[in-house]
Design a protein around this ligand. Structure first.
Ligand code: PRP
Length: 175
């Protein structure tokens, strides 16, 4: 599909403001100890980079996992595969999974179950975007940046067939 992404759904300024608010809430909720940020590649990389720079404590550990469920399709295949696992032990740690978007919830509900088996002290989820209308698997999300309608969005880390991740705003992709 070739399309255009002319319509801004959430501007870069709105995103930055919300990211600062989310970071302030996270600081309040985790008053001490290291926080392990588990960034889910690839989509979350820009959100994580902005979010962690708003966390002022030194002990913010930034770890990466990669999950594949979509391939180059616009809808989830329902198949979740860990393509890159953590290389640290999270047992006894405060862990925050950071995602760019929750759609069906299939990826996050799988991932949460997987990481719970590693016995972190706490495990929560932060997502920049949430599409509640699309939910198939229930998932408990502690921090949500924006709830959005069921439209295909790109930018700020989100892609369509690997394009558009570099855009600063979140835009709607139209055919
Ligand atoms: C997106 C997003 C989540 C998942 C959410 O990743 O980053 O991981 O889909 O969808 P779900 O709630 O329906 O499971 P994607 O597979 O597009 O990979 P990417 O982040 O590498 O672009």
């Amino acid at each position: 599909m070739s399309g255009s992404a002319d319509r801004i759904l959430i501007s870069s300024e709105q995103i930055q403001k919300r990211v600062r608010e989310m970071a302030a809430q996270i600081e309040q909720d985790y008053p001490e100890g290291p926080i392990y940020i588990v960034s889910i590649l690839k989509g979350a990389f820009i959100f994580v980079a902005d979010l962690v720079r708003e966390l002022k404590r030194p002990s913010v550990r930034i770890e990466f996992m990669a999950i594949s469920s979509y391939g180059n399709q616009k809808t989830s295949s329902g198949q979740v595969k860990v393509t890159r696992d953590l290389d640290v032990n999270i047992e006894g740690q405060q862990v925050l999974i950071v995602e760019d978007i929750i759609d069906s919830g299939v990826t996050l509900s799988y991932l949460k179950r997987l990481l719970e088996q590693r016995h972190p002290k706490s495990l929560a989820i932060a997502t920049l975007l949430d599409k509640p209308e699309r939910r198939l698997a229930p998932v408990d999300v502690k921090y949500i940046g924006f709830q959005i309608p069921d439209e295909f969005v790109v930018g700020y880390g989100l892609d369509y067939a690997e394009d558009y991740r570099n855009l600063g705003d979140i835009r709607v992709l139209t055919p």
